[in-house]
Design a protein around this ligand. Sequence first.
Ligand SMILES: Nc1ncnc2c1ncn2[C@@H]1O[C@H](COP(=O)(O)OP(=O)(O)O)[C@@H](O)[C@H]1O
Ligand SMILES: [Mg+2]
Length: 193
Amino acid sequence: MNRLEEFLQENGLALIGKLSKGWTSEVFLVQDSEGRTLVLKALRDKSNRRDMVAREAGNLKLANSVGVGPRIVKADTGANVVAMEYIDGVPFSEWLGTNPPKNVLNAFIDELYSQAKRLDGIGLDHGQLAGRGHNILVRNGLPVIIDFEKASTRRKCHNVKVLDSFIFRSQNSAVVKKIREILGDEVPRIKTD
Ligand SMILES: Nc1ncnc2c1ncn2[C@@H]1O[C@H](COP(=O)(O)OP(=O)(O)O)[C@@H](O)[C@H]1O
Ligand SMILES: [Mg+2]
């Protein structure tokens, strides 16, 4: 039995499926003894980022302290596994492609900025908010920021700044284009204050 199987057994968890396989980690869907669905992020055997779990767990706890991110349930640095709340949502980029109405998109953006400000407030730089938009899930029209593995309290903190460019400013960005299409072409609000 490997460490992951041991972790599942010790915690009364049943494996339901796999959500993703990245370079460093695999993400599984599991069910606990009360029937709750949880997500497990497990370090891959071949990865040499041995500190992944400690970092993800520590940063996620910090984010949770300001109401950001999936709620952490358990971290096991021996088994190299973090258990957290399952977010039943879709990646931001996919959601944006469904043409959310203006008022819904505005509410989403306001909440995303509020979360980014709270992270800036505690000095936790996420580090991977932009890009393909896969670290922002959308559940019931609202954002849940995931993947705190590369987050840091040591770097200069610029979550709001990164979002500003990702959502409103990046040149030749499909995201920016789509958002302007929905919200109209007026100069976007500057939210970095
Ligand atoms: N708490 C969660 N709820 C639902 N899906 C999740 C959750 N955490 C991760 N995922 C899914 O697994 C994928 C990979 O997780 P992520 O933490 O971003 O790992 P990686 O470091 O491999 O990018 C995400 O893009 C998302 O689809
Ligand atoms: Mg990710």
